[in-house]
Write a protein that binds this ligand. Structure first.
Ligand SMILES: C[S@@+](CC[C@H](N)C(=O)[O-])C[C@H]1O[C@@H](n2cnc3c(N)ncnc32)[C@H](O)[C@@H]1O
Length: 251
């Protein structure tokens, strides 16, 4: 069953929205943005932990970090955080109401940020929007992959690969993780039905759909090399311990 995203947006039913940048992204931007820069590739350890802060290079004077894509951007809190950190950001959402909300947020951010939002299906191939036709340096995913039916995960991995240039990065703030979360997600989706008289088709279904990192790795490995993983990332209180940050480099 396809989730009715525009309907949810029009009803204001956006329980995933925390009203601010994902703490894991804010943390990464503060500590690790340098790891992505192409001319610093030699500085990036082949293994290690994103949990170990790296000191930014004070000599770096660039005004832009590159082009970033945020699929399923929603209200766009993460879009603005990336833009404020120097990325030229293109946000995509399939729901027109989300796009209007994100565009308003961008419009009030000031002239110093480079960001835009496009109403489109991330999976559209080839993309009609000109801004999506050239591959990106970075794709940031937070609560987009998990919003998709699991049957779309192979297509998600392949489309991510298509949208990222060779040597570019996929930064995936993966949520929700593990069986414990499956229970929490089930309870959450059932709670939403209390008093409504509606019967869930599958009480354990999402969104969000629980992520299996090994399955995702299997999907991504044909296109990407896993560069780093951090499991101890700052999270919203109700998501603590259920997130991981993974940095993949496009082959
Ligand atoms: C769970 S929300 C996450 C929003 C945002 N990333 C956040 O963390 O607040 C998922 C978003 O993906 C959008 N979406 C779902 N399927 C999509 C698709 N195929 N292409 C683009 N956006 C899509 C929905 O409209 C929704 O805004």
């Amino acid at each position: 069953m396809t989730f009715a995203w525009e309907d949810a947006w029009q009803r204001g039913a956006t329980p995933w929205d925390r009203g601010s940048v994902a703490p894991g992204l804010a943390w990464w931007l503060g500590q690790h943005a340098e790891a992505l820069l192409p001319r610093r590739l030699e500085d990036v350890p082949q293994s290690g932990s994103l949990a170990t802060p790296r000191v930014p290079h004070a000599c770096d004077t660039r005004t832009t970090q590159g082009r970033a894509l945020v699929p399923g951007a929603g209200h766009g809190h993460d879009v603005l955080a990336l833009a404020h950190a120097g990325w030229d950001v293109t946000a995509v959402d399939i729901a027109p109401t989300a796009v209007v909300a994100c565009a308003q947020r961008i419009a009030t951010a000031g002239i110093n940020v480079q960001a835009r939002v496009i109403c489109a299906d991330f999976f559209e191939s080839p993309p009609k929007a000109e801004a999506l036709q050239e591959p990106f340096d970075l794709l940031f995913d937070y609560t987009f992959c998990c919003a998709l039916p699991p049957a779309l995960r192979a297509a998600w991995a392949q489309t991510c690969a298509t949208r990222i240039k060779q040597g570019g990065r996929l930064l995936h703030l993966a949520f929700p993780l593990d069986e414990r979360q499956r229970s929490a997600a089930t309870l959450q989706s059932l709670s939403a039905l209390v008093g409504t008289g509606r019967v869930p088709v599958d009480p354990g279904a999402g969104p969000p759909f629980v992520l299996d990192l090994h399955e995702l790795a299997t999907r991504l490995m044909p296109y990407f090399v896993l560069e780093d993983v951090a499991v101890e990332v700052p999270s919203a209180p109700d998501r603590r311990g259920r997130e991981a940050l993974l940095l993949w480099r496009r082959r």
